[in-house]
Design a protein around this ligand. Structure first.
Ligand code: HEC
Length: 286
């Protein structure tokens, strides 16, 4: 009797010991597993060649580990974070010279007329200053079509306050004229006069930023104007400034502020600032 008890006790002890030894997980050992499929995902290792032995995919459509670990080029015609879209007018009237430049532009893309281009600036005074420092030239060449488009849009969206001449004397802020019984504009804040030196000398970032976020009582026009349209409006504002200053800002010549806008005629002749910028696209923020 004693022997049997001892025997059974021994067997039990051994069984417990051996089981617990097996179940003990270690760094390289999972221990014994009850329902292992709960512990180990049977999910696929996507695109991993050797796990596909059960599939009958052809070799070319599967990538090796080495390939997966390698640096990837951005998808063509997409804009990596921190890059600018080298937006040359993306409509049918696109000039051959522009197309040619685009072909050679690394990181450059043709932005569709209503395409979205990222804008990495927050809504604060520091960010406004940063935009003014970093966004300098207009990414579109000055073209006749662009100026015409800019004029049309400016007269729709901006002139009512800033005036058709850009001098800040828009319909909403016009003076009263007792002779005609006109009570004058009722708008409470004075829109800025773009023809003042301060605005003529400001970089394009000031304008682009104002369109994106508005300023004080002026609201944002980011949802009214596409990327290209914003820049064409800015071209047009520059041409109004040129008119007020007796300078030229046209598809042929820019004597107002050559660093902020390149006439397309000059682009065709080669050797302009924009072409250089496209070659060293790093850190552009338009
Ligand atoms: C409803 C009136 C109104 C309309 C429309 C309007 N603005 Fe303004 N804008 C203002 C006022 C007011 C200010 C002055 C804001 C301030 O400095 O307090 C201003 C200021 C600006 C400034 C100067 C920002 C700065 O850095 O000081 C720019 C640039 C500008 N507007 C561009 C535009 C453009 C471009 C449009 C059309 C797309 C436009 N505005 C439409 C009222 C308007």
């Amino acid at each position: 009797m004693n022997n049997i008890k001892q025997y059974i006790g021994g067997v039990l002890l051994l069984a417990v010991l051996s089981l617990s030894a097996c179940q003990q997980p270690g760094p390289n050992q999972t221990g014994s597993e009850y329902m292992p499929d709960m512990a180990h995902s049977i999910a696929y290792e996507a695109n991993y060649y050797s796990k596909y032995h059960l599939n009958n995919w052809d070799d070319e459509s599967v990538k090796s580990y080495v390939e997966l670990a390698m640096h990837h080029d951005p998808v063509p015609r997409t804009i990596p974070r921190g890059y600018a879209g080298v937006a040359l007018s993306a409509n049918d009237s696109m000039l051959e010279e522009e197309e040619a430049l685009l072909e050679g532009a690394e990181g450059g893309i043709k932005v569709p007329v209503n395409g979205h281009v990222p804008f990495y600036y927050g809504n604060s005074e520091e960010e406004r200053q940063r935009a003014m420092e970093e966004i300098r030239e207009n990414p579109y060449y000055i073209t006749e079509e662009g100026l015409a488009k800019g004029k049309e849009l400016f007269n729709i969206y901006c002139a009512i306050c800033h005036g058709e001449k850009g001098d800040g004397d828009g319909y909403l802020v016009r003076d009263a004229n007792p002779a005609t019984g006109d009570p004058g504009g009722k708008y409470p804040a004075a829109p800025v006069n773009f023809t003042l030196d301060d605005f003529v000398n400001s970089s394009n970032g000031r304008y682009y930023y104002a369109i994106m976020y508005g300023k004080n009582v002026m609201g944002s026009y980011a949802d009214k104007l596409s990327y290209e349209e914003r820049w064409q409006v800015i071209h047009y504002i520059r041409s109004l400034q040129a008119k007020a200053k007796g300078a030229i800002y046209s598809a042929d010549e820019n004597t107002l502020n050559p660093e902020y806008g390149t006439p397309v005629a000059q682009a065709a002749a080669g050797g302009n600032a924009q072409e250089e910028e496209m070659n060293m696209e790093e850190g552009g923020h338009h």
